[in-house]
Design a protein around this ligand. Structure first.
Ligand code: SAM
Length: 251
């Protein structure tokens, strides 16, 4: 563990993870990088402005989101090349995980510019580790496509993947996902991690049919990570030997 805090390095792109619901989850290093950088590139400058304000930080910002990634990416690279320290943040969690970031990181590395992760909150990791499903092997699939045919195709392709599957899902499509899982893998355990790190955080576990029954009685609200565990091992079939033994025992 480093004990002293090195100064930020000129010409570095810092990928700063921010809270996914609980402001206490920001790291000390994230706050320092946001304080000491030259500019914050944010997915939504208003949203990030509130975060900065909460931590008493005032900093120039530029917007960097999915639909201006190419143009703004160039501007970020030019700033890095001039020696500026740029902090990239998204609305919540880790940049580049189902959020903008990957493109500018690749472009920066291609130009031999420095990129540094400032790790912290990530819904995927929080959900997986608290789900109770196997975390030694998992596959993160992010958001499924919206169109039904494409979703089923994507899920079918995941059938061969071993370990736990992890999806981000909008509350508007949670029921659809459960119905799809019910038709494809009715026996696999599903865990829905809802409103992680927030007041109404909740973990719902069951087969797809059980969770569908659960949502007949309440609305689907909040943010969700859906996890699908491996197919349960079949109960050991009784062998002729064991049948004979129990038969013996009854005599
Ligand atoms: N970059 C973020 C991260 O590191 O987790 C993810 C951004 S992605 C656009 C947003 C999705 O992440 C939500 O639709 C939901 O599936 C998941 N998510 C984010 N925050 C969450 C929370 N507090 N509880 C449950 N899921 C959450």
């Amino acid at each position: 563990m480093e004990k002293t805090l090195p100064a930020l390095v000129s010409g570095t792109l810092y990928l700063v993870a921010t809270p996914i619901g609980n402001l206490e989850d920001i790291t000390l290093r994230a706050v320092r990088v946001l304080k000491e950088c030259d500019v914050v590139a944010a997915e939504d400058t208003r949203h990030t402005g509130q975060l900065l304000h909460h931590f008493g930080i005032s900093k120039p910002m530029l917007s960097y989101f999915q639909f201006n990634e190419a143009k703004r990416g160039e501007e970020i690279l030019d700033r890095l090349a001039r020696g500026e320290k740029v902090a990239l943040v998204t609305d919540a969690g880790t940049p580049g995980i189902s959020d903008p970031g990957e493109r500018v990181v690749r472009a920066a590395l291609a130009r031999n510019l420095r990129v540094e992760a400032v790790p912290g909150p990530c819904a995927l990791v929080a959900a997986l580790t608290a789900s109770g499903l196997p975390a030694d092997e998992f596959h993160f699939a992010g958001f499924l496509p919206h169109k039904s045919g494409q979703r089923i195709h994507a899920l079918e392709r995941l059938a061969a993947v071993t370990g736990t599957l992890v999806f981000y899902e909008s509350p508007f499509r949670v029921i659809k996902l459960l119905e799809e899982l019910q038709s494809l893998w009715p026996r696999r355990p599903v865990v829905l991690m809802r409103e992680l790190t927030k007041k109404f955080e909740e973990r719902l576990r069951g087969t797809p049919a059980e969770l569908l029954a659960h949502f007949k009685t309440r609305a689907v609200k909040g943010e969700f990570v859906a996890l699908v565990g491996p197919e349960p091992k079949a109960a050991p079939a009784e062998t002729p030997d064991s049948e004979a033994l129990s038969g013996d025992a009854r005599e």
